[in-house]
Every structure is written in C-alpha cells, then in structure tokens.
Design a protein around this ligand. Structure first.
Ligand SMILES: NC(=O)c1ccc[n+]([C@@H]2O[C@H](COP(=O)([O-])OP(=O)(O)OC[C@H]3O[C@@H](n4cnc5c(N)ncnc54)[C@H](OP(=O)(O)O)[C@@H]3O)[C@@H](O)[C@H]2O)c1
Length: 218
C-alpha cells in the first residue's frame, strides 16, 4: 500500500518506520524536504520511503495518515488543496488538545463534536478513520509487550466506512495490535478523551509510555 504521512514527527515517524517494515511504501508529506530532520527520518525509515510536499504525498497515495499538532491540522489539511482529498482514505491520529494555563492539557472540543469529524469536514470527499490516537508513539514504534501473556494491545478504530475500517484494522494488526471496532466516526468523541487518560497515566506514577489497553474476554 502507498501511505502518505502528513505530520512527520513522533507519531508520523513511528508509523512510517513500522509500516515500512511491514512492506508498505511511505511518502512523508513535509514542508521542508531538505531539512536535516527529514533526511534523518528517511534514513531511519529506510527502503524506498520518500519525502514530498504534503500535496504531492496525498496525490501519490490512496491512504493518508494525519499526525499534525491539533492547532496546525486545519491548515495542513487545507494546504493540500480543496479537491485533493476526494476519494482518499485518511487515518486521523490527531488529538484536539490545548494547553490551558492553570488547567494543563485538555481537549479543545468535545461532547458534541470531535477532531475527527472536523477533519472529515475539512478533507472534502475523503473517508476518515480515527485510529492510532489513544497511545503514545512509542507503542506504534514497537507494540511488543513481553509480559502480556499472549494478549495483544487493542487499537480502537472508528469510522462510518466499514471497508476502510477493515483496512485500518489490517494496518494495525501488521504492527501487532488487535483491531477494536469502536463504532462510527462519531465515536471519536469518546476516543479522543481516552487519549488524555493515557497521557495523564504516562506522565504520572511509573511514568512509562510503554503501555496500552488490551481486551480480556471469557
Ligand atoms: N506524541 C504522541 O505520542 C501522540 C500519540 C497519539 C496521537 N498524537 C497526536 O498526533 C499528532 C502529532 O503528535 P506528535 O507528537 O507526532 O507531534 P510532533 O512530533 O510535534 O510532530 C508534528 C509534525 O507535524 C508537522 N507539521 C506541523 N504543521 C504542519 C503543516 N501545516 N503541514 C504539514 N506538517 C506539519 C511538523 O513538521 P514541521 O517540522 O514542518 O513543523 C512535525 O513534523 C497530535 O495531534 C497529537 O495529539 C500524539
């Protein structure tokens, strides 16, 4: 699969490296293709990963992972061009977070809307899938948990498009996750706050980013 990654930072880089290892071709959509950090990223990703402008990357791929800071996400989506998103499938990994003095990190929106639904409105004609937002990037770089007694970490996946949801399930499984169907895109309203639980847990107590949720059944 050709996968464009817009937002080639912690999350985009981890997904790019992992999907490349799984055999996909990654096209990083970056604002400065000559920047030293872009060269480092390409060297770390290996194989035939390339860097292009965000618009070129989206044009070259059927799948686009969006991993930009929330306050840059609308402009990143719009910078690609109004018609460029038609027919594309977008994995929205962003979280609509803001830092409020006296409060700390909190959601910039919620209850009656979600970041993912905003992305769907901005990326006209695209199919949007919410996934890869509830854990830190370290878990996308390496989803092995030797003490998990065979349990796999779950990847919550929300979309109104059943086929796209299945494809993202496969992309998550290739990285070691078990897909968890969270419902339609509206369920992003629940998945985005879940990311805050993970962030607060990672920043307190044992202070490790290497943990995820798993499904226990009987
Ligand atoms: N950090 C995590 O572990 C984690 C986990 C799950 C979800 N998330 C969510 O994923 C998103 C990215 O987080 P991150 O930690 O990966 O951020 P990050 O390391 O700061 O990377 C963000 C990337 O976005 C790029 N970018 C910014 N504005 C852009 C634009 N207009 N067009 C194209 N690229 C642009 C930046 O590139 P430049 O060098 O050009 O500025 C940078 O490479 C956030 O919404 C976050 O809430 C984060």
């Amino acid at each position: 699969m050709n996968i464009a990654i817009i937002g080639a930072g912690n999350v985009g880089g981890a997904l790019g490296r992992s999907w490349t290892k799984a055999g996909h071709r990654v096209i990083y959509g970056v604002r400065d293709q000559q920047a030293e950090k872009t060269k480092v990223l390409l060297a770390a990703t290996g194989d035939d990963a390339v860097a292009a402008s965000p618009a070129e990357a989206v044009q070259a791929a059927e799948w686009v992972a969006l991993a930009t800071p929330w306050n840059a996400t609308e402009s990143a989506v719009r910078s690609v061009g109004a018609d460029a998103w038609r027919g594309k499938a977008v994995i929205d990994c962003t979280n609509p977070l803001q830092f409020t003095p006296g409060v700390g990190l909190e959601l910039a929106l919620g209850f009656s809307d979600s970041g993912a639904e905003n992305v769907a409105r901005w990326a006209t004609g695209a199919t949007v899938v919410k996934a890869f937002n509830t854990y830190g990037w370290e878990n996308f770089a390496d989803a092995r948990y030797p003490n998990a007694a065979g349990l796999r970490p779950v990847m919550f996946i929300a979309s109104d498009d059943a086929v796209a949801k299945m494809q993202v399930t496969r992309l998550a499984e290739e990285l070691g996750f078990e897909g968890f169907d969270a419902g339609g895109l509206r369920a992003a309203r629940e998945l985005e706050p879940l990311a805050l639980i993970w962030i607060r847990s990672a920043m307190s107590g044992a202070r490790t980013p290497h943990f995820t949720w798993a499904r226990l059944t009987r």
